[in-house]
Ligand binder design. Structure first.
Ligand code: LCS
Length: 402
């Protein structure tokens, strides 16, 4: 995948993995909407199943999906990728490949709710033990390591606290214990952060978010730093069955081409919103890695190329204030998900992270007043105006600025 023409980030995004079709010259990768592929002979079929090149069945490999796998693998500096039906399908394939009875996982406490819940409620049934730690302090990760730890699983920036985890240090800790480091890179996207370059073995994405970017597809991706790990993951992934449909892959191939443009616009908007919120008397606190006030601002500058498009904050009046704010939004859409061109606003404690027990949620820093805004690509002035009127309504009846 070493293509010397592809130097700048947008050039890579537009061209990596996506070449004009050899037969027809089609510039857009064709959708190979076929579940199965014809063999030239019985021997050809047998050869394909022996591992010689050739498509057999779409759950195992499909040319359209492969174009997207090559693209994301290239952007992440990985040996290869595996498309998945959703982000959760990708994550579960990683868990299933590396965990089993008698194995232990150390994971970020504040991560996307279901990524945590599935370990607690389902993998525990198969004898997997999990410790969830505040991985923004690497010492907590080091302390939780055990001889049977097979996987360190981090999400950075974490959903929705925007805490960061030091990828390089966690890779050192994991490897010193013979464990694998997997990182969920959904919030940053490959445009802003590349965990493999910092030592991670596996990266997962919910491509539902920035990589696709248009709130019209659910999809996931796993990439691995080396061929051996990729093949281990592939064996499990194709048999679990959460693989990608070619039409879905084509939609994401279409979305990914503007990843850089969208992320630049979203994070410029997010920075403006974060600064505005920080100065607003009706806002109790703001968390955004681009602000100097973020406790890990230095780490953000070190391991990311930008702070991303998500801002979390608490408004006066706590939970009720937050609810009034969300109800008052006129332009920002009341919806979960993130990474699309439209700005979305949600309340994690009652929505995305509802499945995490309240005490564990609070311990992880997902407070009841936390409002999450996934900033999109609209004009900043319009978003600021919407926030202003919504904050006014949120603060109605609450004494502020005392
Ligand atoms: N990883 C992260 C960091 C996520 O934010 C999500 C979904 C997933 C994985 C799962 O991806 P999916 O299976 O949905 O493609 N996050 C969501 C959120 O914050 N609101 O709605 C979904």
């Amino acid at each position: 995948m070493d293509d010397k023409r592809l130097k700048g980030p947008n050039t890579k995004i537009i061209h990596a993995g996506q070449h004009p079709d050899a037969e027809t010259g089609a510039v857009s990768v064709p959708i190979y909407q076929s579940s199965t592929f014809a063999f030239e002979s019985a021997e050809h079929g047998a050869a394909c199943f022996r591992g010689e090149p050739g498509y057999k069945y779409t759950r195992l490999a499909n040319p359209t999906t492969e174009a997207l796998e090559r693209s994301v693998a290239f952007l992440e500096g990985a040996a290869g990728g595996l498309g998945a039906a959703t982000g959760m399908a990708a994550i579960n394939s990683v868990y299933m490949t590396l965990l089993g009875a008698g194995k232990h996982v150390v994971a970020t406490d504040a991560m996307y709710g279901p990524s945590r819940t599935i370990l607690e409620t389902e993998f525990s049934r198969f004898g997997v033990e999990a410790d969830f730690v505040d991985s923004s302090d690497s010492d907590n990760v080091a302390r939780a390591m055990r001889p049977d730890t097979a996987l360190v699983y981090i999400e950075t920036p974490a959903n929705p606290t925007l805490k960061l985890t030091d990828i390089e240090t966690c890779a050192e800790i994991a490897h010193a214990h013979g464990a694998v480091l997997a990182a969920d890179n959904t919030f940053a996207s490959p445009y802003l952060q590349n965990p493999i370059a910092l030592g991670a073995d596996i990266v997962v994405h919910s491509m539902t978010k920035y990589i696709n970017g248009h709130s019209d597809v659910v999809a996931g991706m796993i990439v691995a730093s080396d061929e051996e790990m990729l093949e281990r993951l592939r064996k499990v992934h194709v048999n679990l069955g959460g693989t990608m449909d070619p039409h879905q892959a084509w939609l994401v191939l279409r979305g990914i081409k503007t990843l850089g443009l969208r992320v630049e616009k979203a994070q410029a908007n997010a920075m403006q919103l974060a600064r505005y919120l920080e100065a607003h008397p009706a806002v109790d606190w703001v968390r955004y890695p681009g602000l100097e006030s973020h406790p890990q601002h230095e780490l953000a500058l070190r391991q990311m190329r930008g702070a991303g498009g998500i801002v979390s904050f608490g408004v006066v009046g706590g939970v009720e204030g937050g609810r009034r704010l969300i109800d008052a939004a006129e332009l920002m859409v009341r919806a979960v998900s993130l990474g699309g061109v439209e700005t979305l606003i949600e309340h994690p404690a009652s929505m995305t992270h509802k499945g995490v027990p309240a005490d564990e949620r609070l311990e992880a820093g997902i407070t009841d007043d936390l409002v999450r805004v996934a900033v999109g690509c609209e004009d900043a002035e319009d978003l600021l105006a919407d926030l202003e009127q919504a904050l006014e309504q949120a603060a109605a009846g609450v004494t502020v600025g005392v």
